[in-house]
Design a protein around this ligand. Structure first.
Ligand SMILES: [Zn+2]
Length: 178
């Protein structure tokens, strides 16, 4: 069965796993020696997450990490809140406009509600993996085959559900639609 715990048990090298701040499933994998757990607000790599990002850099550079796995989770209340939020909090501006664009894109593709949630999260994970991979010191490690950045989506209400993210899924979908 592909679930988060068995996925993490199969890890043989030091891995940073990036979770969204409201993902319950973190508790299932705490204690795994190969794992460094990192939280980001909404699972979003953003300039405003400066402190989080500098700790992430420390882990990547000092802990001999060979893999980063982005974990998207269904039913994310942070992303939902950002979509519904009518406040004017500047700190969230970047994250809010990102998630609005993302939701608009997925609605445009007209999936059913259930599939829509999975696609939105896979798309989110794929975009964040790309964003992270583009940060110069990370890109340099990827190019030297010292680091892999990848992503998964889990349903943390149903711990048995885990899908690996196809990083090019949406590029292929858009191609098909055009
Ligand atoms: Zn979340």
């Amino acid at each position: 069965m592909n679930n988060l715990k068995s996925y993490c048990d199969r890890l043989t090298e030091k891995t940073i796993m990036i979770f969204c701040s409201d993902c319950y499933s973190v508790s299932e994998v705490i204690g795994n020696d190969n794992l460094i757990i990192h939280n980001l607000f909404g699972g979003i790599v953003a300039g405003k997450n400066e402190q989080d990002m500098s700790y992430l850099r420390h882990c990547i550079e000092k802990e001999f990490v060979s893999q980063i796995v982005f974990v998207g989770h269904l039913n994310c209340q942070v992303l939902k809140h950002l979509i519904d939020d009518a406040s004017d909090i500047k700190l969230w501006e970047e994250a809010r406009s990102y998630i609005e664009d993302l939701a608009g894109e997925v609605v445009g593709l007209n999936f059913g509600l259930h599939d829509g949630g999975w696609y939105l999260m896979h798309r989110h994970v794929a975009l964040q993996v790309k964003k992270l991979s583009g940060i110069p010191y990370i890109r340099e490690k990827i190019e030297r085959d010292k680091l892999i950045v990848t992503g998964i989506v889990i349903d943390d209400r149903e711990p048995n559900l885990l899908e690996e993210t196809d990083l090019d899924l949406f590029e292929n979908l858009n191609f098909k639609l055009n």
